[in-house]
Design a protein around this ligand. Sequence first.
Ligand code: NA7
Length: 536
Amino acid sequence: SEVNKDLDYEVLIIGAGLSGMYTLHRMHQLGLRTKALEAGGDVGGTWYWNRYPGARFDSESYSYNFSFSQEILDEWNWSEHFASQPETLKYCEFVCKKLDLRRDIQFNTRIISAHFRDDSNSWLLTDEEGCTYTSRFLVTCIGILNNYTLPNIPGVHVYKGEAYHTARWPTEPVNFENKRVALIGTGATGIQTTQEVAKTAGHLTVFQRTPNWSLPLRNAPISPDEMKEIRAQYPEIFRKCAESYSCFLHVSDTRNTLEVDPEERDAFWEDLYEQRGFAKWLSNFGNINTNKEANALFSEFVANKIRQRVKDPWTAETLIPKCHGFGTKRVPLESGYFEAFNQPNVRLVDVKSNPIECVSEKGIRTRDEDFEFDIIIYATGFDAVTGSFTAIDFRGVDGIKLKDRWVEGPRTFLGLFVEGFPNMTMVMGPHQMFGNIPRSVEYAVDWVSRFIEYCRDHGITSAQATHQGVLDWTEHVHNCATGLLANDVDSWMTGVNKNLAHKQKRIIARYQGPAPGYRKRAEDVAMRHYEDLKMK
Ligand code: NA7
């Protein structure tokens, strides 16, 4: 348009994972001059970078895929209930091709700064090579688990053998045969990696600081006939996800754990234990997430399962969490993780009682023992949620830094806008609904697209959150978080990363109310023609 003729683009997108791809598609539909700038060499985001052995969905494949294109739903077949990373990466490439997105994605382009320019109401982005890009609107699609962190252990860079962080796994397969392998970290990633590497490694030593409440994934192949049935059920699948608390297929049981007859309760839990995916967590009694006593009962049920599955009593006890209850952190799902510790080539080292002192040239030194390794795997997690935003130098009006805005924790409007950052919207920003991520991504992208369309149609050149809007939304997010046991525990979900000095204090990083509630609020804002925003 005339107004934007001095700008390179009408819309710039940072990232070409699921969020970036879908945003680009919607911008194409609107006919807007758009470019997506992606740090990686291809599309896929999380599924591009996290190529570690055993990486796969914990959400049902058919609840995780995009729902907006009947053509894509008709043509794509999943081979497993919980697809592996290579299959999901292929899915991303398939979507990219189907929607003809590649022409407007620039790969190998890492954005290091994004500055709002008051005089022209536009964004100026700079990549690490010093190239610049300008646009009216900016949509950040930079993920919530993107910037990986290495452990703050002395000597990490001294080690001379092969070393990999799970989130930067090489494209060529790593051979573990006859190798002495170390793995640090037992979150969802470390658990998936352990059970896979244990199959071939000469010897695997798992360094565990905090154990996790992990439950069986119960993956299974999908036959062509079953895929046909699933395809026929897609409308029902997406309806269920839309109605549920966190966009999954599972719906929690409203009964109070403590009021259910113990025998009936155990039978219910035994049945749940056999079910697929997150059912064991999300179809459980809702009050295990809020009531300590209820939580302790189910935690004990899971502890007994671990005791039954792990032969060595010390190893079994060490694998059982003692300091946090079930489901107060993201529950990792496993396929033979506990049994791996029964193999002669796998050993658990408890870093709490025997701390790592340093990484040496040849391996890892703990207080009690000196280990030599051929390969070290770091499954040590991410500078999560806000980390994606502090990795880029975002500046708003008058040069204010996003970092400074969020010193006391994120403050947003609907998780979509930041005060003082006009024309910038975040897909999967802090204080947004996460849950089953692609379901939330689709909603956020649809919302953002309608908003940008509105601005275009009404000649709006500047739109930003108001101070009051941000105060109200932040308060609402904090209210929704009240009473959930998860907020009393250190994890990436509460913004804590023990490897980063500035991330020692818990924050409310996510919107934790029901997804339908989130959408209702966001829908209201759109229905009232965005009058909650400051527009000109
Ligand atoms: P997580 O869940 O943050 O797990 C990181 C793990 O690494 C966790 O067990 C940490 O122990 C451990 N860790 C981190 N630093 C150290 C040091 N310095 N020493 C020993 N152990 C350490 O990351 P994931 O990648 O597993 O999963 C992130 C999300 O991605 C996951 O929830 C899914 O949603 C997808 P700690 O618990 O801090 O004691």
